[in-house]
Ligand binder design. Sequence first.
Ligand SMILES: Cc1ncc(COP(=O)(O)O)c(C=O)c1O
Length: 352
Amino acid sequence: MYLFRRDLKNKHQVEINVPHLKYMMCLNESCLNPYQKVQAEFLEIMKHINLNRYHSSITAELYQEIACYAGTQKDHLILGNGADEMLYYLFTAVRDNRNSFALSLSPSYFDYQSYCDATGLQLKNLSFRKDFSFDIDCFMQLAHEPDCRLIILCNPNNPTGNLLPKQVIIRIIEENPDILVLIDETYFEFSGITFVDDISKYNNLVIIRTFSKAFSAAGLRFGFLISAPENIKEIKKVVTAFNLSILTQAMALAIIRHKQLFLDYNQMIIREREKMYYKLKTMSQIQVFKSSTNFLLFRYKDYIDLFSYLKENEIAVRNVGNEGILQNCLRVSIADEILNGIFIKTVSEFGL
Ligand SMILES: Cc1ncc(COP(=O)(O)O)c(C=O)c1O
């Protein structure tokens, strides 16, 4: 007798397979530790917090600060534990029946599949072409199938690093008024491209953001969702009470009060990304792709050997080489000048 939801039986548990090496360039994290930067502010906020209570007055303030940062209003927001939790809530809220599906492009963020599995939503993917464009007419056809409940566009896309053309995104939103369109803007601060201003125009538009990348706070687990107030009301029906720890809120507030520090740091990451791109480009055996994120995707024929060599040298990168059009590809997160230098030196020593 199976005691759980029947469709879970053939699914796999989310596997967290992270190597613990000295130089972590595999998860698109930041190498700046935010706590060192905002410790005093955090401790000051903590003085006014009562951890014996569920509620805190800082919640309203955090909503206000985030709304101001994102260029929206408080009633357009849900705050939570990373973009991942926002995905989970959204998938839960749109699933209607066992045929309900989300439509996305592949390759994209690996955990769309995990959270679809967890919430009982199917995931249909249309493959990108080799140049990371896609067949928009075919995509629209899939979207028009009866049980399509959500369209997911990762912009810029992980792991390819590219942005989708703005007019294509707008067309998808406009031609599917009865389907929610999620734009995952996890890497927004590195691309500068956002659809937040379109939230007031389109009531089928949902955006998610995170503090895990640009705000150096992957371990904090803080992210947020932006949409029209009527969508927020519906999604909130599946949000657990007091979903966000007061400690997380206090740290998020300390970080957002010091946002300029992180935004300046991101400018350095963008400069480093361009430097690294050109260095990899000079290596004739490597094909490197332009990126609007804090990582680079590159192809090399003996990528498994290179991956192992980097690992032997304590450098962790992400192996994405068995993903269809990403054959022979690795993904490397951009760090500071020193770490990027170590990476490039090691790749050169490998013989490239
Ligand atoms: C595209 C994309 N969406 C969502 C996430 C999850 O972010 P968070 O750490 O905020 O849960 C990631 C993390 O790498 C990502 O790359």
